[in-house]
Write a protein of this length. Structure first.
Length: 314
């Protein structure tokens, strides 16, 4: 989906050389596209397989390089030019000098991408021996700074952390689940109407969006989701965004997704910081409100119109 959304002409040309048979997007038939054991491409493929959702930047000499899908992302969002121009016989490759790494990380995290940084082991090596490499750090939209890159002569702006967001639906209404990896916390807002959930999505900056399978095949109220979720205000809001579906218990499964995205141990715990509604007036469940006509619902008479005189306004 993200490759299809590329707009820069140079990036569009690069996407035409991608294949979808491996997570790097490399075509082995192109120049420098070999994925044989012992090649840098294979080493990058192994790193990428550990963090497939992150843009991989690999230190090669005086540059940090990206190939395949990740190279296209650098060209589209970080303003970098492809290595070797736009020659059609070579794999997509782009990168930045080591002194520009922080700027590149800022550009990528500002656009919602996470980045995995691979460093070379510095020091003398034997002739013809490959340099060793290791994952030195990760940059995320909510935690964009990597140790060693925050220099003392720069004023740094630390943005608010960006959550992973999940949306589900039950008889209570829509539920918005927000998980902050940096704080190891989560919260859930239940009983939301469709208009409320759409409004929250529009004002919220998030890292990833997940839609629960409870949203499918739902014909209640104004949210007439079809077999694949078509129709309704919420679908109209989500249709142009990048999202993934998930099943099971909404909170538990979303926490599993967060652990997977950030490479956390499966035993990593998250603290519930949901504001308690105890002692507050409890509104009608959304399902009840639509069934008795409190909320305008197709096929159900409006309860306010039946109870109030015709000349009543407001």
């Amino acid at each position: 989906q993200r490759m299809e959304s590329c707009r820069k002409p140079s990036c569009v040309q690069l996407t035409q050389r991608l294949v979808y048979s491996n997570i790097l997007g490399l075509d082995p038939t192109l120049r420098n596209g070999s994925l044989k054991d012992g090649t840098l491409n294979m080493e990058m493929l192994q790193f990428k397989s550990k963090f497939p959702r992150e843009v991989l930047l690999c230190r090669v000499g005086d540059f940090y390089e990206a190939i395949g899908f990740d190279a296209c992302i650098l060209v589209e969002h970080a303003g970098l030019n492809p290595f070797g121009g736009l020659r059609s016989d070579s794999i997509p490759k782009a990168g930045c000098p080591i002194m520009n790494l922080r700027q590149t990380l800022d550009d990528l995290t500002r656009c919602g991408y996470s980045v995995c940084i691979v460093e070379e082991i510095q020091g003398p090596t034997q002739a013809r021996a490959r340099k060793g490499r290791f994952i030195s750090g990760h940059a995320h939209p909510g935690s964009p700074y990597v140790f060693g890159l925050a220099e003392v002569d720069h004023d740094l702006e630390f943005p608010d952390p960006m959550p992973v967001v999940g949306i589900s639906r039950s008889a209570k209404g829509y539920c918005l689940i927000s998980v902050l990896e940096t704080m190891k916390t989560y919260s859930a807002e239940e009983g939301l109407t469709e208009e409320a959930i759409v409004t929250k999505l529009r004002i919220c900056r998030y890292h990833h969006l997940y839609l629960h399978s409870s949203l499918r095949n739902n014909s209640s109220g104004t949210s007439r989701w079809g077999e694949f979720g078509e129709g309704g205000l919420l679908w109209g809001e989500c249709n142009g965004k990048s999202f993934d579906w998930f099943d099971g218990s909404p909170i538990d499964e979303l926490l599993c997704k967060v652990r997977e995205i950030y490479g956390l141990d499966e035993k990593t715990s998250f603290r519930n910081v949901t504001i308690s509604l105890e002692g507050r007036p409890q509104p009608l469940y959304l399902g009840t409100a639509t069934q008795i006509g409190v909320i305008p619902t197709e096929g159900i008479p409006s309860l306010p119109k039946m109870l109030l005189p015709p000349n009543c306004a407001g």
